[in-house]
Design a protein around this ligand. Structure first.
Ligand SMILES: CSC[C@H]1O[C@H](OP(=O)(O)O)[C@H](O)[C@@H]1O
Length: 368
């Protein structure tokens, strides 16, 4: 996507230095810092500490992590078991996003088909880049399919702004290009449709106020940052026409794991008869499970992410520290929205309702 006139992605292979490079999203929107990933440990750190985050991007980073493992100086010539153990370490970096397992396994499979070590490195590199380019195209298609949903609302409103609420960051920073939840927004905006986005700040790491607001601002999309708890109120007062969120893992029956707080937005949308769509590439479906509440692992992150709230106050960084001696904190990073609260899915193969039958109508190859 273009940022200040320059094409930008959250991850790329720098040909000059022959290094995988990423935007360190922990410093956005204040600073644009680029980080090299030279080792598997660098890659695991980047995923675990959310230097990179967002399901498709985590999958792409894991995919390149397999290539990095093969080219890492002290790994060259390592046997299959060692490569498989490094891939297991990569997959253990974060538990919820399905894309991580999909991306690593896909590149590992491509590599193991080559006996010659040099050919193995090339196969891993080519497959990882294929993952990246396919996910970029998939998000572009999500935008194209989601456009009609926004267009229809715009027509019903005689061109008045379509007010869309989103949670966390499911933008190009979470993917490669376009994003998932933001892809229909960017596509509608680029097609001249008047859109406005309500951006949930998304505590505790503020992916909405830090990342989604930055993205939308750079693209020129009108948006308003709100507290996480304001969503129900603005829905009740007719200020939201549509909710679109991303997902980290969705079951074959349509249960959706996404950033903590998504479930509450889905409940409020249902109560106010507001369409609630989930945008995802097929790499985010977990085809092996149906019951998301029972079977999707929910990441629990360091409670200090709650205890420390960074912000500028009179020019100084102020941290609000909840003393651990007196206050516990629980930091569940995701929740699961049951399919019954989801209006539909926007995928690279089209839009469908949130039922196993409708999902499989788009992905017949996944029928058991
Ligand atoms: C398009 S996937 C984006 C998805 O990932 C985010 O989680 P995190 O920032 O912890 O990686 C959030 O759930 C987004 O919806």
């Amino acid at each position: 996507m273009k940022v200040d006139g320059k094409d930008m992605r959250p991850i790329w292979f720098d040909k000059k230095s022959e290094t995988v490079q990423v935007i360190d999203q922990r410093f956005l929107p204040h600073e644009l810092i680029i980080k090299d990933l030279n080792t598997v440990d660098d890659t695991i750190y980047a995923i675990k500490e959310m230097v990179v985050r967002g399901a498709p991007l985590i999958g792409a980073t894991g995919a390149l992590g397999v290539y990095i493992s093969l080219t890492q100086e002290n790994n060259k010539g390592a046997d299959n078991d060692y490569l498989k153990s490094e891939c297991k370490r990569l997959k253990n970096a974060r538990p919820t996003a399905m894309n991580l397992f999909w991306g690593v396994d896909r590149v590992l499979s491509a590599a193991l088909q080559q006996a010659d070590y040099g050919a193995r490195i090339k196969a891993a590199f080519d497959e990882a880049l294929a993952v990246i380019e396919e996910e970029a195209i998939n998000c572009q298609k999500i935008g194209e399919y989601g456009l009609s949903i926004i267009e229809n609302i715009s027509k019903m409103k005689n061109g008045e702004p379509v007010n869309i609420l989103t949670h966390c960051n499911a933008g190009w920073l979470a993917c490669i290009e376009y994003g998932t939840a933001t892809a229909p927004v960017y596509t509608a905006f680029d097609n001249g449709i008047d859109v406005h986005v309500w951006v949930d700040e998304t505590r505790p790491l503020n992916q909405g106020s830090r990342l989604t607001a930055w993205e939308l601002g750079k693209h020129g999309v009108n948006h308003t940052v709100i507290t996480d708890n304001a969503g129900g109120h603005i829905m009740q007062h007719g200020m939201v026409d549509l909710v679109i969120v991303g997902t980290d893992r969705t079951t074959r029956a349509g249960d959706v794991a996404n950033k903590i707080g998504t479930y509450l937005k889905a409940l409020a949308a249902k109560d106010n008869d507001i369409p609630f769509y989930v945008a995802l590439p097929s790499s985010t479906f977990d085809w092996d499970i149906t019951d998301g509440i029972a079977d999707i692992p929910i990441e629990e992150r360091d409670p200090d992410e709650i205890r420390y709230v960074q912000g500028l106050c009179h020019g100084k960084i102020k941290r609000v520290l909840i003393p651990p001696e007196t206050s516990s904190a629980a930091n569940h990073a995701f929740d699961v929205t049951p399919a019954r609260l989801v209006t539909g899915f926007i995928t690279e193969r089209g839009v469908c309702r949130a039922t196993q039958q409708d999902i499989l109508s788009l992905f017949p190859d996944k029928k058991k």
